[in-house]
Design a protein around this ligand. Structure first.
Ligand code: ZN
Length: 144
């Protein structure tokens, strides 16, 4: 699943940080995928996860409740995206690289496993981390 997210990340515009996200349904079928498009859309909320969740909700039978779904993303989600995946009732989150500066799934905060929330997705981080981190390193290296 993270491999598919990596393919989505590769479709980011050249000014956008290459982060990709994919939503799979309970049977493992792909519902939607997206790349970060903050620069391309001029939208501060156009993170890959948000765009993928919106597209998935549009095609999912149960509309916005993505119960049974898995969100795979190449980078640890920020607070906005972590909040969104809890609101979408996503069952599982799988991500690649850890984000020590803004990560909200264990690094800086742990938004999705807060015991005060009644919906807490299962989490697996660090999947294909070297490949996910390399894509980001490459992007930032060429920007300097
Ligand atoms: Zn985000």
């Amino acid at each position: 699943m993270v491999r598919v997210a990596l393919a989505a990340a590769a479709t980011a515009g050249k000014h956008d940080v290459p982060v990709g996200a994919v939503v799979f349904d309970a049977e493992g079928r792909e519902l939607a995928r997206a790349a970060n498009a903050r620069e391309a859309l001029g939208d501060p909320t156009a993170h890959a996860e948000i765009l993928a969740l919106r597209r998935a909700a549009a095609v999912h039978g149960d509309r916005w409740r993505l119960e049974g779904a898995t969100l795979a993303v190449t980078l640890e989600p920020c607070t906005m995206c972590a909040g969104a995946l809890v609101l979408a009732r996503v069952d599982r989150l799988v991500f690649g690289a850890w984000e020590p500066k803004t990560g909200a799934v264990g690094s800086l905060w742990d938004v999705v496993r807060d015991r005060r929330l009644n919906h807490r997705p299962e989490v697996r981080g660090g999947v294909l981390e070297p490949q996910c981190a390399a894509l980001l390193d490459q992007f930032f290296r060429t920007r300097r």
